[in-house]
Design a protein around this ligand. Structure first.
Ligand SMILES: Cc1cc2nc3c(=O)[nH]c(=O)nc-3n(C[C@H](O)[C@H](O)[C@H](O)COP(=O)(O)OP(=O)(O)OC[C@H]3O[C@@H](n4cnc5c(N)ncnc54)[C@H](O)[C@@H]3O)c2cc1C
Length: 298
C-alpha cells in the first residue's frame, strides 16, 4: 500500500451521512481484496484497532474520532456483474447501483433496496431491509475475510440473518463479495415499483437533512417512531440534533450537530420511552469511537 494513500487525521464527518465525526488516525480505501488483507495483517501484527465501513450511512462517529485505522469499502471494490438471474457484486458497490443494474437487466428482487444509501457490504452485515424486502431474501452466497485473514464462502443458510443482524456482524467478518439470486421480471414494472417506493420514502422521511436513517430498531410489537411521538418527543432537540418532526424514528442533523448532541437526544428518548411505556429502545445506528460519559444507556 503506498503511503500517500493513507490519510492521516481524516475527518469522519466527510464520510458519514450524518455529517458528524472527529478524525480517524488513519483512513484507507483499499483497491482490492489483496490490499485489504495486507492492511488488516499489518493492523493485527501491530495491534492497531481497525474498523471496516461502507458509506457510513448507519454510523455515529464520536467527536473525538477513532484511534485506529478506518478502512472504507465504498465505490472502491465495487464491481458488479450479472449472469442469468445471478448478480455478483463486490462489497463497496452502492445498493442504489445494484438495484438500478438489476432493473436494467429486467431482474426483480432488489426494488426494496433502491433508496437505501448503503453499500452491499454494510447491507449484508446489517441485513438491511425496507418495504417488506430484506437482504436475506436475495443472498445466495457471501465471500468473507475473517479477522485472521482467512477467506471463505458462506452459503445463505450459514448467514444467520435476523432483524438488522447477521453472522457477519456477530462474528466480525468482512464482506468481500456476494452473489444475489434474483428472478426475471418486467423492467417497466420494476421501475414503477422503485419510483413508488422512492416517493413513499420522500414523503415520510426527512431526506432533506443528514441522518443515519432509523435511529432505533423496531421493538417487538411496536414502532420506534410512534413510541417516540407518543412520548411527546417530536422535535426534541439538543444543539443541532433533533428528533425529526417529519418522522420521529429519525434523529436529524440540522446543521452543526455533534456526536454528543445526537447521543444526548438518543439518551433522552430512550429514558422517556422507558419511563412512559416500559419499552427498551435499542440503537440501530452503530457507534464508532469513544462515547463514554456521553451516551447514557440507562
Ligand atoms: C436516509 C437513510 C435511509 C435509510 N433507510 C434504510 C432502510 O430503509 N433500511 C435499512 O435497513 N437501513 C436504512 N438506512 C441505514 C443504512 O443505509 C443501512 O444500514 C446500510 O445497510 C448501511 O450500509 P453502509 O455501507 O452505509 O454501512 P456503514 O454505515 O458504513 O456500516 C454499518 C455497519 O456495517 C459494517 N460494514 C460495512 N461494510 C462492511 C463490510 N464490507 N463487511 C462487513 N461489515 C461491514 C460496519 O462495520 C458497521 O458495523 C438508511 C440510512 C439513511 C441515511
Amino acid at each position: 500500500m503506498d503511503s500517500q494513500r493513507v490519510m492521516e487525521q481524516e475527518p469522519m464527518d466527510r464520510h458519514t451521512t450524518f455529517r458528524i465525526g472527529g478524525p480517524a488516525d488513519h483512513f484507507l480505501q483499499p483497491r482490492d481484496a489483496g490490499e485489504l488483507q495486507r492492511i488488516i495483517d499489518i493492523c493485527e501484527r501491530e495491534q492497531v484497532p481497525w474498523f471496516i465501513m461502507g458509506n457510513g450511512s448507519n454510523l455515529l462517529v464520536s467527536d473525538r474520532g477513532y484511534r485506529g485505522v478506518v478502512i472504507q469499502l465504498y465505490r472502491n471494490m465495487a464491481q458488479i456483474s450479472i449472469e442469468g438471474c445471478r448478480m455478483t457484486a463486490q462489497a463497496g458497490a452502492p445498493l442504489t447501483a445494484l438495484s438500478k443494474r438489476a432493473m436494467d437487466a429486467s431482474l426483480s428482487g432488489l426494488e426494496f433496496a433502491g433508496g437505501i444509501p448503503g453499500t452491499l457490504g454494510g447491507a449484508v452485515a446489517m441485513n438491511a431491509g425496507a418495504y417488506g424486502g430484506e437482504m436475506k431474501d436475495v443472498l445466495e452466497e457471501v465471500r468473507v475475510l475473517d479477522r485472521s485473514g482467512r477467506q471463505s464462502s458462506l452459503q445463505a443458510d450459514q448467514l444467520e440473518m435476523g432483524y438488522r443482524t447477521s453472522v457477519i456482524k456477530t462474528e466480525g467478518y468482512i464482506v468481500l463479495e456476494a452473489v444475489l439470486k434474483l428472478h426475471p421480471g418486467d423492467a417497466g414494472m420494476i421501475r414503477d415499483t422503485m419510483q413508488d417506493l422512492a416517493k413513499r420514502r420522500a414523503s415520510k422521511q426527512p431526506l432533506e437533512y443528514p441522518s443515519a436513517g432509523s435511529t432505533f430498531k423496531r421493538p417487538e410489537g411496536y414502532f420506534a417512531g410512534k413510541l417516540i411521538m407518543d412520548a411527546g418527543l417530536k422535535g426534541y432537540r439538543s444543539g443541532d440534533a433533533q428528533v425529526s418532526e417529519k418522522h420521529c424514528g429519525f434523529v436529524i442533523n440540522r446543521g452543526h450537530a455533534t456526536g454528543a448532541d445526537v447521543a444526548a437526544v438518543m439518551s433522552h428518548v430512550k429514558k422517556k420511552v422507558r419511563e412512559q411505556f416500559q419499552v427498551e429502545l435499542e440503537p440501530e445506528v452503530r457507534f464508532l469511537g469513544d462515547f463514554s460519559g456521553i451516551y447514557d444507556e440507562r
